[in-house]
Design a protein around this ligand. Structure first.
Ligand code: SF4
Ligand code: SF4
Ligand code: FES
Length: 530
């Protein structure tokens, strides 16, 4: 064997060393022996049913639906809790195992109300799917089913105890992923329930579970036991059209699946390939999508009065030419193409000898220092393109006080997207509580709005915005622009990765992006800006 052959055979040996040959119902598979058996077989197209197993949570082996028979082992084993061994022979779908799973389903459904027609999880419920695939069409259970009333346990979370199969996923998720010890199993036997039992000090602060992952809890619950109040009974899941894109909520730019109906986003869900794109998304982003289709601004306005677009753009050109001191605020929610167009404009204005200060941060908490995360997902930068704006040096103010002072001194103020929900505030009744993160619930509550009021700066403010609110009425000019979800574009996440977004909602005809607005301003040369 020459040296090249030796090297190759060594490499193959190392690779095969980490692999194991196993047989499932007589078919041979080579699988990674370090993986969980359920995941390793899923990669090969063999789907072992499971409720309590989740790739990101510890293994508890509680539901028993994943039972398999292993040659040489006297009793059935839980696949989720079985280490892979080279040479293992498994009976996964033989007659005995199918019968055993039928029995498990019968037990799990003893107290279940079988109320799929009124359950929000129907259509994406593992219990429903397995009941069709693995269950029996009748039950032998003749006793009275237990009936425990539905309970609100979170600021945005209900538990329907009767549907719960006690898989313990929710308890493990809170402990292992969120890092809070607030859910627990109470009582025993037929009376066992999942309950919200936080430490006494926490309960004093809030009678309900109030973390930023209540949507994720409802997702990982394999049945319809945990449900989010804000989306309850809003639609059936089979009515949605689904498209993948990225969340607009912060600089993490999580990959999401958007559920759409009637040109509105009903909800964000985790991505379709979680093993590649992440399993969880936070509530802050997930529950702020309805803002995109409500109370939109489509007409150009001057001091609250509708005007023609050409008139507004001509006036904007005039203002840019006349002003010697200009403050540009925002751009962090705009795509790279839009930001480039704004950067070009800022460059031209500076070249024409004007003083232009540009900062994409519009409230005091955006000028953070130190830790850049609110929690394990939510970034302190709440603008989806914040990292790109930092690259463009759109950080001219030292803090919000300096920014506010400039509002009094600048002759012209351009505000780009910063007073548009859901970037500036969340209009929803329910929003995520994140420790320390103050979320305004109306445009009037935002610091930038209040600062513009204090400095009587509205008559010199040009607003590029998505919503027809009081800010659009007060500004000298209000110019409607496309929102994050109405255009495709590139965005830069907090780690510097560029990500593409998809058009989720059809924009109304003629509605332009902020970049197109800058490019459509009539020629500036005659008034001194080339
Ligand atoms: S509420 Fe859902 S996730 Fe929690 S134990 Fe019950 S079925 Fe499992
Ligand atoms: S962490 Fe940020 S990007 Fe991810 S879902 Fe939450 S708000 Fe959206
Ligand atoms: S998935 Fe294995 S016991 Fe629940």
């Amino acid at each position: 064997m020459d040296s090249l052959d030796k090297q190759l055979s060594n490499r193959i040996a190392v690779k095969i060393g980490a692999m194991a040959k196993i047989w499932v119902d007589g078919v041979e598979y080579e699988v990674d022996e370090k993986k969980n058996l359920i995941d390793a077989l899923k990669e090969k197209g063999v789907e072992i049913p499971h409720f309590c197993y989740h790739p990101k949570l510890s293994v508890v082996g509680m539901c028993r639906i994943c039972l398999i028979e292993i040659e040489g082992v006297p009793k059935f084993q839980a696949a989720c809790n079985t280490p892979i061994k080279d040479g293992m022979k498994i009976n996964a779908f033989g007659e005995k195992i199918v019968k055993a799973r039928e029995g498990v389903m019968e037990f799990l459904l003893i107290n279940h109300p079988l109320d799929c027609p009124v359950c929000d999880k129907a259509g994406e419920c593992r219990l429903q799917d397995y009941s069709f695939k693995l269950g029996h069409e009748t039950t032998r259970y003749k006793e009275e089913k237990r009936n425990i009333p539905q309970e609100k346990i979170g600021t945005n979370l209900y538990i329907n105890h009767n549907r719960c199969i006690l898989c313990y996923r929710c308890v493990r998720f809170d402990r292992e992923i969120v890092g809070v010890n607030d859910l627990e199993m109470l009582s025993r036997g037929n009376d066992t329930i999942i309950a919200y039992v936080p430490p006494e000090t926490e309960k004093e602060k809030s009678p309900y579970l109030n973390h930023n992952y209540q949507g994720a809890l409802a997702d990982i619950c394999p049945v319809g036991a945990l449900l989010n109040e804000s989306t309850l009974f809003r639609s059936r899941v089979w009515w949605y059209e689904s498209k993948e894109s990225h969340c607009h909520g912060c600089a993490t730019l999580c990959r999401v699946t958007a559920n759409l109906k009637n040109n509105a986003i009903y909800r964000y869900m985790p991505p379709q390939h979680p093993e590649r794109d992440g399993y969880f998304i936070c509530d802050y982003g997930r529950f702020s999508t309805h803002d995109f289709s409500q109370n939109r601004l489509y007409a150009y306005r001057r001091s609250g009065t509708k005007i023609r677009s050409q008139e507004a753009l001509a006036q904007l050109a005039e203002l840019l030419a006349q002003a010697k001191r200009i403050a540009v605020l925002g751009g962090g929610s705009e795509s790279c193409t839009d930001v480039d167009a704004l950067a070009e404009l800022v460059g031209k204005l500076r070249d024409a000898g004007k003083t232009v200060q540009w900062d994409f941060r519009s409230n005091a908490q955006a000028f953070y220092s130190g830790n850049a995360q609110w929690d394990f997902l939510l970034s302190k930068d709440l603008r989806p393109n914040a990292a790109y704006l930092r690259q463009k040096n759109a950080t001219d103010f030292a803090d919000f006080t300096a920014l506010e002072k400039e509002l009094g001194q600048a002759e012209l103020i351009l505000v780009v997207g910063e007073l548009s929900p859901p970037y500036a505030y969340q209009t929803g009744k329910i929003y995520a509580h994140v420790k320390g993160l103050k979320i305004p619930t109306s445009v009037e509550q935002t610091e930038l709005y209040q600062a513009l009021d204090t400095h009587n700066a509205w008559p010199k403010t040009v607003l590029l915005t998505t919503h027809a609110d009081s800010a659009a009425d007060k500004a000298l000019l209000a110019i409607p622009i496309q929102s994050f979800v109405e255009k495709s574009g590139r965005f830069c996440d907090k780690e510097g990765n560029f990500k593409e977004t998809t058009v989720l909602l059809r924009p109304v005809q003629g509605l332009r992006s902020s970049g197109e607005i800058w490019q459509s301003i009539p020629a500036l040369e005659p008034v001194g800006v080339a």
